[in-house]
Design a protein around this ligand. Structure first.
Ligand SMILES: [Zn+2]
Length: 544
């Protein structure tokens, strides 16, 4: 399969005899096409580009203006914007969680022992003596032949499930990819599956190692207002969702005469069946919710010969706004995250409009909102696409660029999912660079930016993350610089543009890479495929 892609690409770009009948070489992306956008969007006046905040309409207006200036076509029925309606829900515990079984009744404490919330636009929910059922990892997958809900109707029942997936911590790297996190390991998947199962509720047992973060992260993330899309699947789904502390889980299982460690072993074994815990749970929540909307900005260049086929670029324009003061600064500028990616995609669009010949396929640009609040803008687009999803050839997502200078390598997050890796490898080689596979595949970064929502609906996606192997200073230097950003600047007011410390040559290098990949795809008839081991698939067969 790789051979097919390579040969097509070679015909289009390297064979001099073919150039006259195919396409011109991609134009050169330069710093001055990126930096002004980056500086503008990272400016204090945008107030950290928080959706619904003062920086929201400013960011959207800036992007629309740039798209118009470049001569891009409006991507949403004559409009450059797509309104993304969202709802912010604050759940408050009105009755603590009580568990009843043959050992008696025990009351637990919100925050300390458990956190739950309600994702529905309802005023209150009441759970009265709902049966608790241990449903393994909460996974139902035809592809893996795995069903943690086998033979049970979850109506009026609350599922108690384990975090991560059955492969985690095991010896077999082919069983749910071993320590590589699959989508089935993410809490988001478990929430969605509980809705699909028609469960009354879902409780995920927290365990630090399998979750990848300690209890306080669960506690702080799931208390207070939660922003989401209003979706029918959620509105018709589980009343409560949340997490229970490992200590509470141990006590709950013991008090109902069950051995948690033995059940965990069972849950990792094919043929596992759900186990009723012989316990019931009661609790109540009240909900306050409000609705608001932000915008995705969408524009495109129409293809010359296959205009109905699209190469999709994405970058989230939003960041986290104004927050706690750190070193006298309260504006979280998000220069790297993601003014840099937005600027990069703008530069790619500009180059495309300046190419003498139009690409054969159309190229679609989505600048999405509310990534930081849970990938909401891209989720909305994936559920409400402006072109048919199956006409989208592939996605290239840019979230954060490399401010540390030119690199010999390029890290592909979620390496191994699709033929986009092979396509990237070909273009990297032309730049004299090499592919660095995902360095932290256990952390599930492939599920943590906008491309993931496109992958979920079947669009093969590429998400890169700079590199480590600095052209001049080597790997240790590259690693140090990356670690420094994560420790000091990630989601901090100091994520600012600084001419002294930023080396834009790496941003330009990657922008050129993203452009070249898109340019090749837009001038070919290749439909990159998902690899058979990936949990993602095209919605229906397109080719072959
Ligand atoms: Zn980001």
């Amino acid at each position: 399969m790789l051979g097919v892609i390579v040969s097509v690409i070679l015909i289009h770009s390297c064979d001099p005899a073919a150039t006259s009948v195919t396409v011109e070489a991609p134009s050169e992306v330069i710093e001055s096409e990126i930096l002004p956008h980056l500086k503008e969007l990272a400016d204090d006046k945008y107030m950290g580009r928080m959706p619904f905040g003062p920086g929201d309409p400013m960011s959207v207006a800036y992007l629309v203006d740039q798209c118009k200036k470049m001569g891009l076509q409006p991507g949403n029925n004559g409009s450059y914007t797509q309104s993304v309606p969202m709802v912010e829900i604050t759940s408050t515990s009105t009755e603590p969680m009580t568990i009843k079984n043959s050992s008696g009744t025990k009351e637990y404490q919100f925050g300390k022992d458990y956190v739950i919330h309600c994702q529905k636009t309802v005023d209150a929910v009441d759970i009265n003596d709902a049966e608790l059922v241990f449903c393994g990892y909460g996974i139902q997958s035809d592809q893996s032949g795995w069903d943690d809900f086998a033979g049970i109707d979850m109506k009026d029942k609350v599922a108690v499930v384990l975090v991560n997936d059955p492969g985690f911590g095991g010896e077999d790297s082919t069983f749910f990819k071993g320590d590589v996190m699959t989508y089935f390991g993410r809490w988001t998947y478990k929430y969605e599956e509980a809705d699909r199962q028609g469960a009354k509720g879902l409780l995920i047992i927290h365990e630090t190692n399998s979750a990848g973060y300690p209890w306080f992260v669960v506690q702080s993330s799931w208390t207070g207002p939660q922003l989401g899309l209003e979706k029918e699947s959620v509105q018709n789904g589980a009343d409560i969702k949340g997490w229970i502390h490992l200590d509470m889980a141990k006590e709950l299982f013991a008090s109902s005469g069950k051995d948690l460690s033995a059940l965990i072993k069972e849950a990792r074994t094919p043929g596992f069946k759900p186990v009723s815990l012989g316990s019931t749970m009661s609790t109540a929540l009240s909900n306050v919710y409000k609705r608001d909307a932000s915008d995705n900005v969408i524009a495109y260049v129409e293809g010359s010969t296959q205009p109905e086929e699209y190469v999709l670029y994405s970058a989230h324009w939003d960041h986290i706004g104004v927050g706690a003061v750190v070193n006298g600064d309260s504006i979280y500028n998000g220069a790297l995250d993601n003014a840099s990616g937005t600027a990069t995609v703008l530069a790619i669009a500009e180059n495309l409009t300046q190419q003498e010949n139009k690409p054969e396929r159309s190229v679609l640009f989505t600048f999405v909102t509310a990534e930081e609040q849970g990938l909401l803008g891209s989720e909305y687009y994936a559920l409400n696409p402006t072109v048919p999803i199956n006409n989208i050839v592939a996605n290239i997502n840019v979230d954060g660029c490399n401010p540390n200078g030119r690199m010999k390598d390029f890290q592909i997050v979620g390496y191994g999912h699709s033929e986009m890796d092979d396509l990237a490898a070909v273009e990297l080689e032309k730049q004299g660079r090499y592919v660095l596979p995902d360095q932290e595949p256990g952390k599930g970064y492939f599920f943590r930016s906008d491309h993931f929502n496109f992958a979920k609906v079947g669009i093969p996606a590429l998400f890169g993350e700079g590199g480590y192997d600095h052209e001049e200073h080597g790997i240790e230097y590259g690693k140090e610089k990356k670690a420094e950003y994560t420790a000091k600047n990630y989601h901090a007011p100091s994520d600012e543009y600084d001419a002294e410390s930023w080396d834009m040559s790496g941003v330009v290098q990657d922008a050129q890479l993203y452009y070249n990949i898109g340019w090749q795809l837009a001038n070919s008839d290749v439909w990159p495929k998902w690899n058979p081991e990936s949990e993602f698939k095209r919605q229906k067969t397109l080719v072959d």
